[in-house]
Structure formats: structure tokens, C-alpha cells
Design a protein around this ligand. Structure first.
Ligand SMILES: *[C@@H]1O[C@H](CO)[C@@H](O)[C@H](O)[C@H]1NC(C)=O
Ligand SMILES: *[C@@H]1O[C@H](CO)[C@@H](O)[C@H](O)[C@H]1NC(C)=O
Ligand SMILES: *[C@@H]1O[C@H](CO)[C@@H](O)[C@H](O)[C@H]1NC(C)=O
Ligand SMILES: *[C@@H]1O[C@H](CO)[C@@H](O)[C@H](O)[C@H]1NC(C)=O
Ligand SMILES: *[C@@H]1O[C@H](CO)[C@@H](O)[C@H](O)[C@H]1NC(C)=O
Ligand SMILES: *[C@@H]1O[C@H](CO)[C@@H](O)[C@H](O)[C@H]1NC(C)=O
Length: 403
């Protein structure tokens, strides 16, 4: 009725525990006779910590959950839901992580029956793609899950700014929030999160990871709120946010703790936007401006001036050329990953510059760079640390050439 799995871990006993977890009780008895370590792995609580139970809530016997809890299992992933969620919560009062991602059947009602009192142990809740969930569930969550650190609401398209007000009121420990494709969310909601409506809600001022991918209503005002209120933010994902513009980058450019910024497919971001970013006090390690049609060689010059500490830079499909590469490579001593796939103007000359100067490079994406040839690639493959080379379309055209 259920399977087990574990997160990748170097801890030997956990791996044993994982392997043994596939055994039934009789086989477990057999391995337990092999030696002490094996017996511990097969039965002992401590080694079950970190192990996650994955199960279909169909005919699962309610008494299963206390037995999981007794083994020290604190993380549960529900694969499908045709039985009340309250069994899980009642049976496992010390639950730490609950993954309901993709449980389309989950309703406000079902969640309401499960969360009827405080669950202080719960730190991680994944409701992504639970499309029936509305603000009313967020009210419950804000009331009873005060210690939540990670909340995933990606694709929960019925969530509105009111729901975010509730989150901002109740979940002060939140470190990570995903609002991907929550299409009703606007600047007002982001203002709540950032503590701009203090009289009503304190805000989630401890947020470190915020994903706003594909939140189409957001404008530069959201970025202003974020930069003022969410000063601990480390990772900000704004990909596919068509409503933000270059002026918004001025706000972000002073976020000292920001470490990774994703602006992929933000159609209104141009070289001027990266200029603002480069002129502030950012210490970015990762920047993604792939598929920003208005980004060209000038951006590479700005990056060399003010964002030279980047470890990862993605410019796929941007209008950059060998000239831009030339203006950047000498300053980028930290760069480990460079993604320039589908930059169709890049030639062997650009690759030569990369090979000569970006000697720390570990990964490069050249997918769809149709102007490059074997000669340029030979130079790239001589990079001493290179481990990942994506060629994609190039290989196709090359094999066609061979034919
Ligand atoms: C969702 O609920 C309906 C009716 O209650 C049921 O027929 C269906 O099998 C459920 N789907 C899943 C994935 O549990
Ligand atoms: C949560 O469930 C989803 C969907 O099944 C899965 O893709 C994801 O990896 C799970 N998360 C964790 C941390 O296990
Ligand atoms: C939540 O679910 C989404 C979608 O299945 C998955 O991509 C993500 O990794 C999950 N996150 C966690 C923390 O479980
Ligand atoms: C969720 O949104 C959909 C489409 O916008 C709507 O039809 C549905 O009634 C909403 N559900 C709830 C519970 O509000
Ligand atoms: C941010 O968005 C991109 C899509 O542009 C996605 O691939 C990535 O996984 C997202 N990152 C996070 C941390 O959610
Ligand atoms: C880009 O900005 C222009 C002018 O500021 C605006 O009219 C347009 O709607 C924006 N594009 C998108 C996709 O929002």
C-alpha cells in the first residue's frame, strides 16, 4: 500500500535503512540477524529520521500513521488523496514536512478538517498545484502552522492578496515562499508580505527565498516593497514577470543579501536594467537574463564593471556577440557557469576568448549556437575544470554536415 524513500544522504545507516525499508517484516527479521549495524538500520528510530513516507491515501489504515511516527518518520508525501487528510495529522502530531503537491482533490474543506489545532512541528508544507485551495485555507495555515518555514503555493491560482495578508499576519518564521503562477497576486499582496501594511500584518520579514515566477500582475512597485521590507532575501525568482521594468532594478540594486536573481523571460528588462543592477551595491553570485530580448553586448560590459563576482551567468537567446564576450571575460575571475545557448551570433572567436580567460569554468551551455565550429569547441574542451558541456543543436547540424 505504501512505498518508502529517503533523501540523498551520505549517512551510511540511512542508506541501509532505505534499502531495508523495501523489505517486508519477515525479511527485515532476516537482515537483522546479520549484524548489529544492520539490525539498527532495520529497526531503530534514529536511523529513520530523515526518511520520508510516500503514500496513497486510499485504503491506508489510519493506524499506519502512529506507527510511522513511532519509527521516527516525520516527513510524508501524499501521492493521491481519497481519504481524509486528518488521519495523517491526527496520527502524526510531530510531523515536520507534508507534501501534498499535485493532490488536485484537496479542498479548503479537507484541509480545514485536518488543521484544527496548532501543529508546531510542521516546518514544510507543499501545496503546489492544489488548485482548489483558496485564501480560506491560507487563513487556517496562518492560524495553526506558526512555525512553518517553507510554503509552496505554485499553481494555486485561486490565491489572492487577501491570502497573502493572512500569511503575512501569521507566518513570521517563513523563509521560503513559492507563488509561481498565482495570477491574482499583485503589488498589494507583495506589500503585505514585505510588511508595508504593518497595522494589519507584520510581514514575512525573514523570507530568504521568494519565487514570483509568472505573476503577471506584478510591477516595479512590488520590487520597491521587496527591497524595503525583505532585507534578508537571498534568492528572488522573477522569471516571466512581464510587468517589471528597468526602473524596478534600481530598487533591487541595493539588496546587500541578494545572492541569486532570476529575470528569465522578463520582456521589459533591457541593458538599462542591468546597468542599474551593476551600479548598486549587489554582491550577486547568480544572474539569469535568458530570453530577455532587449539584452545585448552592453549588458556584458556592465556586468564586467559591477557584477564581476558572478559565479553563474545565463544569457541564453540574448542578442550578444563576440564583442560582448570580449568586453566581459577579463574581469570574471569567479565565473563557473556560463549559459549562452541560442546566442546565434557567437562564433569561434568568442569561444577562444572564453577559453583563454574564463579558466575556472565548470559548465557551459552552447545549445543552438549555430555559428560555432569544431575548432572553437576544441578550445573549450581544453578548459581545465570543464565538466558540463551542452551542445544540443550544434551536434545535430554537425552530424548533418558529416552526412
Ligand atoms: C478525486 O475525487 C473523485 C471523487 O471524489 C474520485 O473519483 C477520484 O478518484 C479522486 N482522484 C484522486 C486522484 O484521488
Ligand atoms: C513533493 O511532491 C512532488 C510531486 O510528487 C515531487 O515532485 C517533489 O519532489 C516532492 N518534494 C519533496 C521534497 O520530496
Ligand atoms: C513542491 O512540489 C513541486 C511540484 O511538484 C516540486 O517541484 C517542489 O520541489 C516541491 N517542493 C518541496 C519543498 O517539496
Ligand atoms: C478557483 O478558480 C476557478 C477559476 O478561476 C473558479 O472557477 C473556481 O470557482 C475557484 N474556486 C474557488 C473555490 O474559489
Ligand atoms: C526560477 O524560475 C526558473 C524558470 O525561469 C526555474 O527554472 C527555476 O527552477 C526557478 N527557481 C526557483 C528557485 O524556484
Ligand atoms: C513593457 O513596458 C511598456 C511600457 O512601459 C508597457 O506598455 C508594456 O505593457 C510592457 N510589457 C509588458 C509585457 O508588460
Amino acid at each position: 500500500m505504501f512505498q518508502w524513500s529517503t533523501h540523498i544522504s551520505c549517512l551510511f545507516p540511512e542508506i541501509l535503512a532505505m534499502i531495508f525499508s523495501y523489505l517486508d517484516v519477515r525479511d527485515k527479521g532476516r537482515v537483522a540477524q546479520v549484524c548489529m549495524a544492520w539490525r539498527d538500520a532495520a529497526y531503530h528510530k534514529s536511523v529513520w529520521r530523515g526518511v520520508e513516507a510516500k503514500l496513497h491515501l486510499r485504503r491506508a489504515n489510519p493506524s499506519l500513521f502512529p506507527s510511522l511516527q513511532a519509527r521516527g518518520i516525520r516527513r510524508v508525501q501524499i501521492l493521491s488523496l481519497r481519504r481524509s487528510l486528518s488521519y495523517v495529522i491526527q496520527g502524526m502530531p510531530n510531523i515536520e514536512s507534508l507534501n501534498l503537491s499535485g493532490c488536485y482533490n484537496l479542498t479548503d474543506n479537507g484541509l480545514g478538517h485536518a488543521f484544527v489545532q496548532e501543529i508546531p512541528s510542521l516546518r514544510v508544507l507543499n501545496l503546489s498545484l492544489c488548485k482548489q485551495i483558496t485564501d480560506s485555507s491560507l487563513g487556517r495555515i496562518a492560524q495553526y502552522l506558526k512555525n512553518l518555514e517553507m510554503l509552496e503555493l505554485g499553481g494555486c491560482s485561486n490565491i489572492t492578496n487577501t491570502g497573502l495578508l493572512l500569511v503575512a499576519w501569521g507566518l513570521h518564521r517563513l523563509k521560503s515562499l513559492n507563488l509561481r503562477s498565482c495570477r491574482h497576486v499583485s503589488d498589494v499582496g507583495i506589500g503585505h508580505l514585505a510588511g508595508m501594511t504593518r497595522s494589519a500584518a507584520e510581514g514575512c520579514l525573514n523570507l530568504e527565498y521568494l519565487t514570483l515566477q509568472d505573476c503577471q500582475k506584478l510591477t516595479d512597485l512590488s520590487l520597491k516593497h521587496i527591497s524595503k521590507g525583505l532585507t534578508k532575501l537571498r534568492v528572488l525568482n522573477l522569471s516571466f514577470c512581464g510587468g517589471i521594468s528597468d526602473a524596478g532594478m534600481i530598487h533591487l540594486s541595493h539588496m546587500g543579501s541578494l545572492w541569486s536573481l532570476n529575470l528569465r523571460s522578463c520582456d521589459n528588462i533591457s541593458d538599462t536594467g542591468t546597468m542599474h543592477l551593476a551600479m548598486g551595491s549587489l554582491r550577486l553570485s547568480g544572474l539569469d537574463v535568458s530570453f530577455c530580448d532587449k539584452i545585448g553586448d552592453q549588458t556584458l560590459a556592465y556586468i564586467a564593471q559591477g557584477l564581476y563576482q558572478l559565479k553563474s551567468l545565463s544569457l541564453c537567446s540574448c542578442h550578444i556577440s563576440d564583442d560582448g564576450i570580449n568586453r566581459m571575460v577579463r574581469q570574471m575571475h569567479e565565473l563557473r557557469t556560463l549559459n549562452i545557448g541560442q546566442c546565434v551570433r557567437i562564433t569561434d572567436k568568442g569561444l577562444e576568448l572564453i577559453a583563454d580567460h574564463l579558466t575556472q569554468l565548470v559548465g557551459i551551455d552552447l545549445y543552438g549556437c549555430t555559428k560555432i565550429t569544431k575548432r572553437g569547441l576544441e578550445r573549450i574542451t581544453q578548459l581545465p575544470c570543464l565538466k558540463v558541456l551542452n551542445l544540443g543543436l550544434w551536434q545535430m547540424t554537425e552530424s548533418e554536415k558529416v552526412r
